[in-house]
Ligand binder design. Sequence first.
Ligand SMILES: Nc1ncnc2c1ncn2[C@@H]1O[C@H](COP(=O)(O)OP(=O)(O)OP(=O)(O)O)[C@@H](O)[C@H]1O
Ligand SMILES: [Mg+2]
Length: 300
Amino acid sequence: MHAIETNGLSKAFHGIYAVQDLNLHVPEGSIYGFIGENGSGKSTTEKLICGLLVPKAGEIRLYGKHYTDAGVRRSIGALIENPACFPNSTVYQNMMMQALNLDVKHPKAEVGRVLKLVSMAGASGRKFKECSLGMKQRLGVAQALLGRPRLLILDEPINGLDADGMRIVRETLTDLAKDEGVTVLVSSHILGELSKIATHYGIIRNGALIREMPASAMGDECRDFVFVKTGDNDRATAALRIKYREVEGKDGGVRVYDEEESENVAAYLYENGVAVKEIAFNKIGLEEYYIRVMSKREGK
Ligand SMILES: Nc1ncnc2c1ncn2[C@@H]1O[C@H](COP(=O)(O)OP(=O)(O)OP(=O)(O)O)[C@@H](O)[C@H]1O
Ligand SMILES: [Mg+2]
C-alpha cells in the first residue's frame, strides 16, 4: 500500500497551475526525496496533502483512505516552509502549545522526548525569536514529530542546518523509517545530503512529476566510473575500447564505466604507451543526475 497516492492532483493560483495532473506514489516506510527547482510546486503539493490547500482537481489517498479521513489526518506530522511559533515564547512553551493543539498524550513527556531527539533539550528556555535559523528549523522538525506520526511531511527540513544539525535530522529520519516504519516525504535542495537517506525520488518540474523511482533504480543511471585525463584522449579512448565495453570521451578526458580500479586503467594505458595526466574514481551523485534529467527535458 502507498502511504501517499495522488491522482491527477491539480492546484491553480489566479488561473495559473502550480501543480498539474500530479500522480505521486509514496510507498509505506519509504523516505521519499521530493526534488524540484524553486517554484516547481513542492510546497503546494505538500500543503495539498496536509489539507492546508484545497485542490482544484484530483484525488489524494493516504494509506488507502481519502485524505480528509479524521483517523488518517491525525497520523500526519508536518513542517512546511517555516514553523509557526510565537516569537516571545520559549522553545518549550511553543512546543507545549503545539502538543496541546494536537491533543497528544502526556504532552510534557512527549515534548521532552522530541526535543531530545533533535538535540534541542538544552535550548528549551530560549525565546523563539532568539533562536538561530538552525535551531528554529530543528524546533520545526521536533513539532512535526510530536505524537509519533506515521507519516512525516518535511519541506526543506535541513535548510540552514550545520553539518551536525544535518546529521541529527538525517539519523532521526532514518531511524524512524527503519525502526518504526514511519514514511517520510522530504523536499530538499541539498541533494548530496538527501541522497544519503532517500529510498525513493520524485522529480517535479513546473507542477508536473517528470520522474519517480526507487533510489536503487537510480544506481543504474548514476554510475561509478574511472575518469582519466591523458596526453592523447582519442588514442586513450581507442585503446581502452579494446579492453573495456563502456568507454566514453567526456569533459576533456575519458570515462571507463566497467572498471572499478583506477590502477588497472592506468597500468593498461601505460602498457599501451599513453601517458596518464590525471586519474580518479568518480561517482555520479544525485546532483549531477538531477541536472542531467532537467537538461534532457529542456532538450539541451
Ligand atoms: N498562495 C499563493 N498564491 C499565488 N501563487 C502561489 C501561492 N503559493 C504558491 N504559488 C505559486 O505556485 C508555484 C509553486 O510554488 P511552490 O511554493 O509550491 O514551489 P516550491 O517548489 O515549493 O518552491 P521553493 O523551492 O522555492 O520552495 C509558484 O509559481 C508560486 O509562485
Ligand atoms: Mg517550497
